[in-house]
Design a protein around this ligand. Structure first.
Ligand code: A2H
Length: 273
């Protein structure tokens, strides 16, 4: 961090529910949430969007509503991202970011966004407590079939009615979310004592990795880290696409083509920090 630049893709998601009075001063704008991802090719299987409602001490977290490079358009992002975006063509003028309103992460929970890349098309915003506001945009696209962090956070939310209630997430919003898949890869797991390996084709890579490393909740940070490394490697190096126009092709070969296509279609932006 700091030394080595990170290259993200920002996925553009239009906010659909803006009737709440927290949006009253900006309701004439088209408002987009931007999620930062290293794996744009997985977004076909995005199931929801994550924001941070409060920090570790329970203090409210806020996002800025920043004017974009296009008239009448706002981007909801963390302030750290907004500063960098102003130098990357994503603000009204070079180096200048203009925040027209602030919105609490908490006030975004449960709202719907359009995610035209995802198979679901319309998604809800859910809380994730492991978001860093100084990384990416502070908004994350949830792809539970590929990302162990996303899988386990979604499962925690599903399994804990009190947790859901605390953030106003309705039970019916959780239905069927985890079944969407996008990458198939051979999953090899050590059988235990001997060196023999079991190999199977797998489309639920994140779930398998969480099982293998016995990740019980999103608070199991050590085992989750191992699951993340394994799932990341397998899905990228050995995976093939099962969704989208490049279905059947190797992830490695088409990853950048898919990203470039999203950018050409104005569904995503390049972003580095
Ligand atoms: B990735 P790195 Cl399918 N705080 O996107 C916490 N996590 C964040 C974040 C933030 N502020 N901003 C982005 N991220 C997540 C997809 C994905 C991702 C898949 C598999 C692995 C994976 C869907 N979620 O990341 O610290 C985003 O999740 C594994 C590392 O900059 C982003 O890519 O290396 C990744 O972490 C960026 O992490």
């Amino acid at each position: 961090e700091g030394v080595c630049p990170q290259s993200y893709t920002l996925i553009k998601m239009k906010l659909l529910d803006t009737s709440n009075k927290v949006f009253e001063n900006i309701s004439s704008y088209d408002i987009y949430l931007l999620a930062a991802t290293l794996r744009p090719e997985t977004i076909y299987a995005q199931t929801n969007c994550w924001v941070l409602p409060h920090d570790k001490d329970g203090n409210d977290v806020t996002y800025g509503c920043y004017r974009s490079h296009v008239a009448n358009e706002l981007f909801i992002v963390g302030d750290h991202a907004a500063r960098n975006m102003a130098f990357q063509g994503l603000s009204p003028s070079f180096g200048v970011s203009e925040c027209v309103a602030r919105i609490r992460g908490q006030d975004l929970l449960g709202l719907r966004v359009a995610s035209p890349i995802s198979r679901l098309g319309e998604l809800r915003i859910f809380p994730l407590l492991n978001i860093f506001m100084d990384k990416g945009t502070g908004i994350v696209a949830c792809v539970p079939s590929v990302s162990p962090e996303d899988h386990i956070a979604l499962r925690d939310l599903e399994a804990k009615p009190k947790f859901r209630a605390k953030y106003g997430i309705e039970d019916s919003w959780m239905e069927g979310l985890r079944s969407d898949t996008v990458i198939m890869a051979p999953y090899k797991k050590d059988k235990g004592g001997d060196k023999e390996e079991e190999e199977e084709k797998c489309e639920c890579i994140a779930e398998r990795a969480c099982e293998e490393f016995k990740v019980a909740s999103q608070n199991d940070r050590n085992s989750l880290e191992m699951a993340k490394i394994k799932a990341y490697k397998i899905s990228l190096n050995d995976g093939s696409m099962t969704a989208g126009p490049f279905a059947g092709q190797r992830v490695k070969d088409v990853k950048n083509l898919i990203r470039d296509q999203f950018i050409a279609e104005n569904l995503a932006y390049d972003f580095s920090e």
